[in-house]
Design a protein around this ligand. Sequence first.
Ligand SMILES: C[S@@+](CC[C@H](N)C(=O)[O-])C[C@H]1O[C@@H](n2cnc3c(N)ncnc32)[C@H](O)[C@@H]1O
Ligand code: SF4
Length: 388
Amino acid sequence: MTQPPETAFHLYVHWPYCRAKCGYCDFASVVPKFAWDPAKFIAAYRADIAALRARTGARELGSVFFGGGTPSLAEPEVIGAVIDAAMAAWEPRADLEVTLEANPGTIGKKGLRALRDVGINRLSVGAQAFDPVALDKLGRTHTVDETKHVLTWAHDIFTRLSFDLITARPGQSPKVWEEELRGALEFAGEHLSIYQLTVEDGTPLARAVAEGRVTMPDEDTSAEIFEDTRRVMAEFGRPAYEVSNFAKPGAECRHNLSIWRGADYGGVGPAAHGRVTTEDGWFATRHAPDSAQWVKGPPAPRYEPLTIEDRAREHILMALRLTEGVTHQAFAARFATHGLKDPREMMNLEALEEAVDLGLMTSDDAAVRATDAGVMVLNTLTSRLIGQ
Ligand SMILES: C[S@@+](CC[C@H](N)C(=O)[O-])C[C@H]1O[C@@H](n2cnc3c(N)ncnc32)[C@H](O)[C@@H]1O
Ligand code: SF4
């Protein structure tokens, strides 16, 4: 597949609040302990966007993504004000994609309509599990029925709909998972994200596993679940386009796809990070995580300069997550003027050859890609290929 060089800029808006903290989650989110004031959130996001615009200059805006945390807890007026500020700061593409992550149990039909009316045109629902016992064990604050209601309403209100599931959960067999997945697909839109449960350091889940109260599936079971998921999703017309993401062809999340293809993205909100090109070069940006401080007036994020090699290595790491792989065309479009024409110049060629011989990767004139077998061991592969 050929791919046009990505020129647009993308905006990630971090909403750092949740109703309760799920036991497996180490995302930058907190349960707020201060008086809620939408006007303060609006002022803080506007200030953050203005500061970012001063660094990026005029750019075409390809997408806005409200992630969290639980952005469906924000008032639609806050979401609308952020969309307006972004559209005023940069030049929105005619097909601007504006996604919001919503948790079931935090939003009803009226709220979904209000989000559409302020400019959200793609909804991503945190379903996580369609098995009530598993949902409860994950520590979610909603029921399966609430998930089904939100998805049913969302189908009427949004043409672009996705939901998230978590698989490879404690005690889950491949057979039971496949039944759950097939049941969930009755509610599917054009896109799904299906993550394998990861034990993140410092979470209650990590403690429970360390103390033997919870046993995670073994490697073979996880691998079988991973393969089954890809097979079922391909049969269902939503093949994997990334390790954990599945869509009808053409219905990929443009925001995330652009980032995996190496596009610039700015981050606003506490703990948000970004990768931006300015007159002074390439930068990794990182906001401080303190949301209470951020609401009072966003502190300037850190801008850490990136070398060409840093950026090229990162580009390869991200693009190898994609089914299309790292294409020579996209790599050259970004790096040829800086003396790097081919992604293989950044790779350990012996490791690449070995991975190709083992059927874990393919490498030709168009791209370097991980095969289905390679995706299952992607972290090991990439660390051997580019030493990360
Ligand atoms: C930042 S969350 C935002 C969505 C929303 N807050 C929710 O939970 O419904 C994005 C997604 O990451 C996934 N996730 C979070 N922690 C995870 C973990 N430890 N293992 C696997 N998936 C995880 C969940 O599927 C979640 O929907
Ligand atoms: S609702 Fe989402 S972001 Fe919040 S704690 Fe749970 S998984 Fe993490």
